[in-house]
Ligand binder design. Sequence first.
Ligand code: G3P
Length: 218
Amino acid sequence: MKFFIDTADLDQIREAQALGILDGVTTNPSLMAKAGIRGAADVKAHYRRICDAVDGDVSAEVIATDCEGMIREGEALAALSDQIAVKVPLIKDGVKAIAHLAQQGIKTNCTLVFSAGQALLAAKAGASYVSPFIGRLDDISADGLQLIEEIRLIYDNCGYPTEILAASIRHPMHIVESAQLGADAITAPLHAILALLKHPLTDMGLKKFLSDYQKADD
Ligand code: G3P
């Protein structure tokens, strides 16, 4: 399963990259704004910096909501680097834009997906990735992980190559359960990725090993 970090913060991206487990980065307009990146020129320059900082795919989201605008922005983003996957919202014009970009061999990430029907359309249009937002579903008392299970079944039944990228991850168990359900990738904030490291028995065990080693050395 691929691990992406869901941020535009370069320090966090570099920290995750240094772990040696990172397959790329996902961003969105809110994350870019949170990192203080504003305006088309700065946004493009920042995508270049992110691509330089990691080896894998970098999802870069279009702002336009009409098909022509999304295609124009998508082509410009894709021209920045082979690493770019153009992130397109699951709306009618978005589906058309994904189909067009896919036909040109441009990687796409279909975002803001909240239902199995939407995921089916994304795959049919030829999206490289589909991003079901599991945390935002949980936030409204729905079941985000159940959506991952539904999409996995549909994609396996139909043989779609679109990769399921579990997004809007809130905590480490979202990552573990997405893996159990057959997600191809997750994108998570750094804190959720680092939380996978934690277990009190690991800390206690290491402390004991080191103190025993010290005693044997005395
Ligand atoms: O990048 C898309 C998604 O992961 C956003 O997550 O936390 O804003 O619901 P969140």
